[in-house]
Design a protein around this ligand. Structure first.
Ligand SMILES: Nc1ncnc2c1ncn2[C@@H]1O[C@H](COP(=O)(O)OP(=O)(O)OP(=O)(O)O)[C@@H](O)[C@H]1O
Length: 672
């Protein structure tokens, strides 16, 4: 069903029913003196439901887990055991009120459900049972789903529910947060037939969630103490080595100074190792009821799990006193894929080294940099030097796909899902990239409401095609890129924090060209050779003044892409053996001409005492001193002086000659 069709259905077909229910409900509210205007929280939720195509005529949620899957979720849901005594007590207190008490996980799956049999039977009609999902996406506006979306306690009254099948109910939910990451862990909810509803229900779930939150915080503090205790034990045992303890979200809890030093020099490497450790040695189910595991990595880092009772609570890492920090220096650029990346500036070599260090792992990498700096080039090089190199590299620009199509593009669709869609259905990019790498370019442009779906796929490693019922496992390494400040977007709530942390296990900054001018001559030569080859012609030379301008003074707002296009333009228009400014695109040609004018305005001359002065009236008075200073600093070395002035040596000679500056004046400046 198309968005438009849905919108029409929403507005015409069920509007009457909705109005009738609203009237009854508002009457009920007025009777009890409760304000009854449609609230922004409900309006916003309806908008989200419309946008994600929820069918308002839906009568029940259709996402239901098997008993086995429910047991697995409960086993890994640390909140469950902790909340159980509080929930059991509350269930007793609400007996006879016609309400059902539930605890749901962060995906909105009901894992705990208590209440009277008659109400449970009524609720079954809309699939309100253990294992069913109550996210907004599956069953529209409802307290559980809306609370998960907004992170706020909420009560949703009868016809405020988006889907028809839930109009006879009123529900109240309050969230519980992870004390460390502040992500929502779950939701406590009270649901009952709308005519039994009480505004107090919201207060009750808020009180219950606060009590559970308090238990969680106490537990987190106990875990932190245990981690710090483990740190001190290890510190005494390994006095020569770096010692660091980290919590489950790989945040450093405590580190000694050798470890802090190592962490600064090897930013992002430890989370990558831990991620690899978990992928290689532990499934989630193992994390409980088993013994702590200890391994030593080839670069002499010992990783040991830290347990508290049955539960894993963090990691202890011992960085052996071996110069592991030099590891990056000894790393050889082994693979041909890196040879296509031109650059020898420290900034680019640092980025390449970091990329190569993580290339052969499966950790997600986030590449940060302005447009045209080479992020996709880096992503391809990472893929080509990983063990996935013989599988597909699929790139997708998240900013270039219309919002409505993004789910179909990434997850694919089954036959007959869309009018106008392919008859046989279509694979999404995740399936296309199976076994290989998926490059999510411009990830900052990913619509906020879609981010939760992407996060789920990254966590579950399985996708559900649109219109499909059976999820498909996918094995994909994610590399994402953006020119935006994602940190800031997270603070402004324009990018989900949980997705951000998932994507940026390792983040690598690709510097703009103006911050690595040393690379410009190499890149100019590289592209001149490449286009000479492409257009089958001899290699021309770039005019030295123009080259000096391009290397030292032009700003390159479009970075390497601009440079590449500019050289291709020049190669197309240059027919002789020398490229000059007229062959470059007008923007660069004009910038060069105005730069030359500025340079020649500040003419040098020599006074009667054979000393350098400026003739330009409007030239700054300090100019003379500056030039003398440069000649003095370079000991009269004209090549070096030209380099510092950002002009070609021939230009400096020409000017000196034009101004009649004698060798003697230059030598004097060099030997004051
Ligand atoms: N270090 C490099 N050596 C050689 N070519 C490069 C280098 N960096 C970038 N390029 C070339 O510059 C062009 C732009 O690079 P790329 O598309 O990777 O940039 P980007 O940062 O992904 O840009 P955007 O953010 O706009 O997508 C490409 O043609 C690429 O091959």
């Amino acid at each position: 069903m198309s968005q438009r069709h849905l919108a029409l259905t929403f507005s015409y077909e069920i509007a009457d029913k909705r109005r009738e229910l609203s009237r009854q409900w508002n009457g009920f509210l007025v009777e009890r003196q409760i304000p009854c205007a449609v609230r922004p929280v409900v309006q916003n939720s309806w908008k989200r439901c419309m946008e994600s195509g929820v069918d308002p005529t839906r009568r029940q949620t259709t996402v239901l887990l098997s008993d086995e899957d429910v047991q697995k979720l409960i086993a890994n849901f640390r909140l469950y055991q902790l909340a159980l005594p509080i929930l059991e007590r509350l269930a007793k207190q609400t007996e006879g009120t016609g309400h059902l008490l539930t605890l749901c996980n962060h995906d909105g799956f009901i894992l705990y459900l208590r209440g009277e049999q008659s109400i449970l039977r009524r609720a079954e009609k809309m699939n309100f049972v253990v294992g069913s999902q109550w996210s907004e996406e599956t069953i529209g506006t409802n307290a559980i789903g809306t609370c998960l979306e907004t992170g706020q306690p909420v009560q949703i009254f009868a016809s405020e529910h988006f889907c028809e099948g839930v109009h006879d109910w009123t529900c109240s939910s309050a969230p519980i947060f992870d004390p460390i990451t502040q992500n929502i862990l779950g939701v406590v909810d009270l649901t009952g037939p709308w005519d039994y509803a009480q505004p107090h229900s919201l207060g009750m779930v808020v009180a219950a969630s606060q009590l559970i939150q308090q238990r969680l915080n106490e537990e987190a503090t106990r875990h932190r103490y245990r981690l710090i205790e483990r740190f001190w034990e290890a510190r005494e045992r390994y006095p020569e080595d770096g010692v660091v303890v980290l919590d489950l979200s790989f945040q450093v809890v405590q580190a000694n100074s050798p470890a802090r030093h190592w962490l600064t020099n090897n930013e992002g490497y430890l989370p990558q190792l831990l991620y690899q450790f978990l992928t290689d040695h532990r499934s989630n189910a193992d994390a409980q009821k088993c013994k702590p595991l200890q391994i030593q990595t080839p670069d002499a880092i010992v990783i040991e799990e830290v347990f508290h009772g049955d539960a894993r609570i963090g990691f202890l890492c011992i960085i052996r006193n071996k110069p592991a920090a030099n590891r990056s220096k000894s790393l050889k650029r082994s693979n041909a894929s890196w040879k296509d990346l031109v650059g020898h500036s420290p900034a680019i070599v640092h980025a390449m080294t970091k990329c190569e260090m993580v290339a052969d792992t499966d950790v997600p990498v986030l590449l940060l940099g302005e447009s045209g700096t080479g992020k996709e080039r880096f992503a391809r090089a990472i893929h080509a030097s990983s063990r996935r190199r013989n599988k597909p590299f699929i790139a997708i620009n998240c900013g270039a796909i219309p919002k409505e199509l993004i789910a179909a593009e990434l997850f694919g669709y089954e036959p007959g899902t869309f009018t106008g869609g392919l008859k046989q259905g279509k694979k999404g990019k995740f399936e296309e990239a199976d076994g290989g790498t998926l490059f999510l370019d411009e990830i900052g442009e990913m619509p906020l409401e879609f981010q939760v779906h992407l996060l789920r796929v990254l966590q579950e490693k399985e996708i559900l095609r649109l219109g499909g019922h059976r999820p498909t496992k996918v094995d994909v390494r994610i590399i994402a890129a953006t020119h935006r400040d994602l940190d800031k977007m997270v603070q402004e709530k324009r990018f989900r924090a949980d997705l951000f942390y998932r994507l940026h296990v390792v983040s690598i900054a690709i510097p703009p060209l103006r911050d690595r001018r040393d690379d410009i001559p190499l890149l100019l030569d590289h592209f001149v050779r490449r286009f000479a080859d492409k257009y089958n012609r001899p290699i021309p030379k770039i005019d030295p003044d123009l080259k000096a301008f391009l290397v030292h003074r032009y700003d390159w707002p479009g970075n390497v892409r601009e440079l590449e296009n500019a050289v291709e333009h020049a190669m197309l228009f240059c027919t002789g053996d020398k490229i000059d400014s007229a062959h470059f695109p007008p923007a660069i040609g004009n910038a060069y001409l105005s730069d030359t004018q500025q340079q020649t305005c500040t003419l040098l001359t020599v006074d009667s005492k054979n000393e350098l002065t400026c003739t330009s009236d409007d030239s700054p008075s300090g100019e003379r001193e500056r030039l003398m200073q440069i000649l003095s600093e370079t000991n009269g070395n004209l090549s070096e002086a030209a380099r510092r002035l950002g002009i070609a040596r021939t230009t400096l000679y020409r000017r000196l000659k034009k101004l009649g500056i004698k060798k003697r004046a230059i030598i004097r400046a060099g030997n004051p």
